[in-house]
Structures are given as C-alpha cells and as structure tokens.
Design a protein around this ligand. Sequence first.
Ligand code: GLA
Length: 734
Amino acid sequence: MITYNERERIFKLDTPDTTYMIGIVDEENFIGHIYYGKRLKEAEASYLMRTQEPPFVPSTNNRERCSFYDCFPFEYPTSGVGDYREGCIGIRTAAGHVGSMLSYVSHEILEGKPELEGLPATFGSEQDCMTLKLICEDRHVGMQVELLYTVFHDTDVITRSAKVTNTGREYFYLTKICSACIDMDNRDFDMISLHGSWARERHIQRKALGYGIQSVSSCRGESSHQDHPFLALADKHATQENGEIYAMNFVYSGNFRAQAEVTQFDSVRMTMGIHPENFCWKLECGESFQAPEAVMVYTDKGFDAMTQTFHRLYRKHLIRGEYKDKKRPILINNWEATYFDFNTDKLLSIAREASKLGIEMLVMDDGWFGNRSSDNCALGDWKVNENKINGGLKYLVDEVNKLGMKFGIWFEPEMISPDSDLYRAHPDWAFAIPGRPGTESRQQFVLDLSRQEIVDYIYEQVASVLRSANIEYVKWDMNRQLTDIGSCGLPADRQGELYHRYVLAVYQMQDRLTREFPHLLLENCSGGGARFDPGMLYYSPQIWCSDDTDAIERLEIQEGTALIYPLSTIGAHVSDCPNHTVGRVTPFETRGIVALAGTFGYELDVTKIPVEDREMIPAQVAMYHKYNDLIREGDYYRIASYAQNRKYDCWQVVSGDKKQALVTFVQVMNRANFKSRRILLKGLDGEKRYRVEFVNDDSVEDQIYSGDTLMKAGLLVPNPWGDFKARLISLTEA
Ligand code: GLA
C-alpha cells in the first residue's frame, strides 16, 4: 500500500510488516528519508528528519545551509553543494561543473510495476504490488530524476531504481548513479557481506560497522567471485531468529558498489549502485539513463526471515519461464568427466550408462566446436567440430533422445580467442585500447558487445546451433573478467559507457535467446559462480554455483548463496573423488545429499566411477524426485553453520503447509567420545505431530514427536561414524 498524506507531505509505503516513509520539507521541496522499519500505523514522524534542530534549520538559518545539507537524511543525495557524505548521483555539465541538488516536483502512485527498459527487474501484477514514481529535478543542471519505489503486498520487499533525464539545453555526463539509499541512525550495526574467490564464492562475512566508509564492490565487469552485490546492516545481536536487518541486493550483473558510511553524527548512509569507477554516461538533451533495480528487505526477525523474504520474492517475482516452478531434469555434465577429451562415442557411452541409472539429461560441456582441444583457442568459432562429434550434432542429440534423455550444450558467447577464425577475420571485435597490448586471461579476449553487429553475429551463431537439433538446455559461461575497456565503435566521450553497455548487451542476448527458445532451460555460469546475481536469475532459473564441487567446500559456498537465493537456483552436482579442486575424498552419499540442496546433477564419468558409487545413483535419483518439490518450494532455515562452528552444518526446508520438512545434517570431522548432537528444528507447526525418519541411517528407528518438542527441546542426531558424513532426516505429519 502506498499513500500520500498531503497535509504532512509524507509518502507512506507499506508492505505486510514494514513501513518506509519519505517526507517533503521546506519551500525548497527537499526530499527526506523519515523512516524504514516495522510497520507503522500513522504517516507521521517527520520530526525524524531533524529539520528543527538548530543551528541547521534551513529556512530560518541560511547561514548554516552547508551544515543542513551535511546532516539532512536525503532520500536521494547529490553532491558538490554541501552534503559531504557519499552522494547517489554525480554529474559533470558541458561547462565542467559538478554540483547538483534535487527537489520534489510531482509524483504518481500506480498499481503494479513498470518494467525497466533493457534491464532485468522483479515483476508483479496490479494485484501483487504498487509503485510510487517520485519526480524530482535540478533546474540549474536541467536534470529530472524519477525515483521508483515498488512495494509488494505479499512479501516485505521494497524495490527501487532511478531514471535520469536531461531536460536542459546542453548535454551533461552522468558520472555516478545509485539505485537505492537509506539514511538512518546507526544502531551499532554489523555489516554482512558475501566475499569469495574462484572456487570459494559467497562466504558470509560479518564485522562491526565503524566510522567512515565501508564498501564491497566489483570493477571486474561482472558481479564477480570476489564480492557480491549484497549488503546487510544488522543489529549487532541479530541471530538467525531475531534482530533487525536492513538488506540490499542489486538486480545487476556488472560493476557495483554497496556501501555503508557512518558519519560524524552517528547516522549511516547505505547505498547500492553501479560502481562509479570508469563510469561516465553522456546524456544529450532529452536522453535518459535507467539505473538497475535494488531490492531492499527489512526484518526484525533475524536472518532466516530475511532469507525467506528474498527467496519468496525471487521465486515468485523474478524468475521466469517454463522452469520457474518446475522440477529440473537431473543432468550429467561431461566437464569433470572428460574435460576436452571426448567424442560422440564417449558421450554416448556416458549417456547410455546414465540413462539406465535414471539420469535425465546429458550436457556436452566445453570443447565441441572449432578446433577447441584445450582452453587456449577457438572461442567464437561456434561450428560443431565433426572430427569429435562424428556423425554431427543432430545425430548425437537424436541418439541421446532415443535413450529417453534430453540434451544440453555449453557456450561461452561473450568471448573470443586470439587463436580463432573469428579473431583472424575480425581482430577489432575484441575490447582493446589501440596501441596497448591486450591482457589475456585464460588465453581469451572479451568481445566488444557494445557493437550491435557483433551481438547480432554471435547471437545468430549460437541460435543456429540451437536450431539445428533438439537442444533443451544451455549452459552460458563467461570465463574471464573484463580488461582493455576500449571500443572502436564509440567516440572518446562515450568510452565510459562501455562496462554498462556490455552488461546491457548480455541481457539483450539472453532476452532474445529465451524468447526464441521459450522451452530452453538456461543455466548461467561464470568461471563457476562469478555471475550468480539476480540480474542473471531473471533470464535463467538456475546458475552454476561454483567450480568447486567438493561436498565440504560446498557447505560454506551454498550457505552463503542460500542466504539470498532459493535452493532451486543453486547449480550443484555430484562429482568424482579425489575432488578435482581440493583433492578431498568424501563419501558418495554425502556428495549426493549436499547436491540435493541445489539443482542436483552429476559431473563425472559414470562409466568409470567405482561400482559402489554407481550403484547408489538410482537411490539418489529417487531421493531427488521424492524431495525436490519440498526443496524447491519450501521455506529454508539455517540451523547450524559449519563456517562458524567448524564442526557440523545443518539446514532445513519446511513446506508451506508445514506438513513436511527435510533436515540435512553434515558432520565434517568426527569427534571421539561424542554420542549425539541435539539440534533445534524450526518452522514446524507446534500443534502437529511428525514422523521423524532418518532417511539414510537404518540404525535409528522412526519416531513420532510433536513439532513443539522438536522446535523447543530438539532432536538428537546420533553421531555418524567417520568424517564427512551426512544425514537426511525427513519429517511428515503423523
Ligand atoms: C568454467 C565452468 C566449468 C566448465 C569450464 C569449461 O570454468 O565453470 O563448469 O564449463 O568453464 O571451460
């Protein structure tokens, strides 16, 4: 619900349990942030903007105008005129000047949610949500800014974005743009972010917020392995079950910065936006720039509640397409099975064996095109290598289909190898700074997707392969970060637009792909999980989470990923041991149970793994079919974190009607002289009784307990014998 109290000049935005308030003050129409938190009854509290606190009263004390600017809680702060905190928007006029200040002009309140042109965004019908369009301007610059706020009626989410239009008589440059900002009093917050590296993505980091600026960011051209476009400020005492949290996540897949700045007056400014480094967008008269969307979640009920809110939003209002609410086919991918060493016979032998075990789709990974026999060459040459795929692609796909399996394929459309026919024909198609040698990474360059003819060419190459056979899945990879950001297609004063234009082009290509092939299951990937973000989720309902498939490494990676993203989106496979990344040997059973908390699939040569492992696959497949609806759609709770306790990991999913739940317990290292661990279950119905079944431990008999007891007093999990052991515990209403 969104209302405007005209007398008080207050906008009140309500979700089921939260309220967000914006006030217009003074004859100068400053737009201030009043409040964000638990739902309020009244549209009042404009005193929180502190405009009456001397000596900063704007109209009565013009002498201290600068001090006013520097402490007023701006809804969308600018810079260069007296607010010395980090602003949301930066401009440089034709004359080279940089200051700006926004004031309220008008507003509109709409049912539903407008789309953001060219960008992924959450969506909702007129029944689902309401939007406030707040128009403000800087007359001096000739700039209008449209701030968009959408409240969802079924989840405690507010989304925001901003659109800047040049309404003046001369061009200006946009040098910075954020999508969301909250100015509030610091409450001794902790800052929570997701940090990582290749094969170590999205580890949760929590630390105390101090004075000054603290940020997480990427200038790598993608959301990245290293930092994640997510930031939460939480009460220092916030736990999984309790405490206030303000979280922001960015629906964007390129450079970003998420920042918290604690000021001299103990206020905190939290912002999310495109990273300003190397960003400079020229706006000619009448032109607009649309910033991506930021998602804001507030809860006073701890991290489980925050997580469930993100999961619900993304499942219902972000992910689209045929597989939105559907079980995904269990796939087997040949990457870790064969790397580049495969041909039709090899793939068919894997498929034959896999189909007998109940696996439903074969995915042919990197190496099927051009003369790609290693990762040194051929990106861009999207023609089937018939020396390897002897008989042709259609023959292979048909043979796989005859086994009752679907077929999927790998592409890395955004890249070009210096050793490729494409590069030999078009050396100017890669990003490059003229005269400077390009920086290779994995022996490849990045295609200059700011040029539409290159986008069109690559799209056609990919699409014609997909049109040539019954291909039902694509893994869209992106295996290096951006450098040499220069395009011969743009004039000097538009080179600062390249990073963003690149991301827009990726979105455009994936949009075309999903429109032309509406039945395709698309899985994004980037050197593992470097582009696991809500922007990508808009196009693909699942994303490869990490190249590290070790079950124990995955605990931390999947915990951090599931902090925001539904389990249905997390690409997770069972691979062979010793694990190819860390050399660890874990039980096949544990690998299966950990992968079950994701999309579930295999990444191994099923003809070569030990017989005992292979024999377990049909039971794992059955487990997937039995529990996947619950895992995909259930509410997720974190019970214990191996990342924190260094002993064991435990999570749980509960069905919406609370009739079913599934608990996963992973003991990492066994302990001597330790019999059982008590875990407190969550989210059950205290009035219901549940049959508790230890799915993979016959030594424990089924028992019936009340939900109340299981949540308050707990359940005993007998200590498994050995390291890296997992237990799956199923609860059904008795
Ligand atoms: C990336 C992906 C892997 C695999 C390889 C192929 O690293 O994350 O899963 O597809 O590329 O080159």
